[in-house]
Design a protein around this ligand. Structure first.
Ligand code: ZN
Length: 240
């Protein structure tokens, strides 16, 4: 069984479709989403529809949560606030009910999925170094866990110590645990503009993070046409 694992789609339909197409070509039979389907991009509803149609396991991201809150957006920076106000206005009651129903952590077969961290999943803190990863590993009860949130792919391995590895693929070994950031499909921030997602090949116990080119011009044009901040279009081409 081959799983396509994606997240931080952020309403970027072109990137999401390219990822799904690539996953199908690779023979993926199952889909899994680590959250942040909406926010920033111009097609939150279309991305939500695709995820719902697949009926795949999904966990909630901070943007998914924020998009259905009725609270004011005073605390956010002006860019995030403008994008979130726009996103909130797009969603219909069904979209909101779906996003509200999402859980923070889920187990899928033999692995776990979470958006941000396993130690404090609802506080939306970031795993940016091995100490953050260590904290999360203490709450990881499966060998493998996939997460997102930082928009930067990274593979942490826990053997005697916890360390990130300098690779975008890993073969799972007995006695070790893996906490794998699959990167962002719709708004990468590691300096590479291409959409990111992972394939977990369960029979061969291998995880590979893939980078996929997509129609970035259309995604950017839609952001500008929607009247969303120009910066959100620009950052897609620099992957930041
Ligand atoms: Zn995100």
């Amino acid at each position: 069984m081959k799983y396509a694992i994606f997240g931080d789609i952020h309403g970027n339909l072109e990137a999401f479709q390219a990822v799904l197409e690539h996953a199908a070509q690779q023979g993926c039979s199952d889909h899994v989403c680590v959250g942040d389907i909406v926010g920033y991009g111009a097609n939150p509803r279309e991305c939500l529809d695709l995820v719902r149609k697949m009926g795949c396991p999904v966990v909630k991201g901070n943007h998914d949560e924020e998009a259905v809150l009725e609270t004011s957006l005073e605390g956010l920076n002006p860019l995030a606030r403008q994008a979130m106000e726009w996103t909130r206005a797009q969603l219909d009651p069904d979209d909101r009910a779906f996003l509200k129903s999402l859980k923070l952590v889920r187990q899928v077969r033999d692995f776990t999925i979470v958006h941000a961290t396993l130690d404090t999943p609802g506080s939306w803190t970031y795993v940016i170094n091995k100490f953050d990863a260590m904290a999360s590993f203490s709450y990881q009860f499966t060998q493998l866990c996939f997460y997102g949130h930082t928009h930067t792919p990274r593979i942490y391995v826990k053997g005697d110590m916890v360390e990130p590895i300098d690779a975008m693929s890993v073969k799972l070994e007995m006695g070790r645990k893996y906490f794998i950031n699959i990167g962002s499909t719709g708004q990468p921030r590691d300096g590479d503009w291409r959409a990111s997602y992972a394939i977990y090949d369960a029979p061969s116990q291998e995880v590979v993070i893939h980078r996929i080119e997509y129609d970035i011009d259309t995604a950017q044009d839609k952001i500008l046409e929607a009247g969303l901040p120009e910066m959100l279009a620009h950052r897609l081409s620099v992957g930041k």
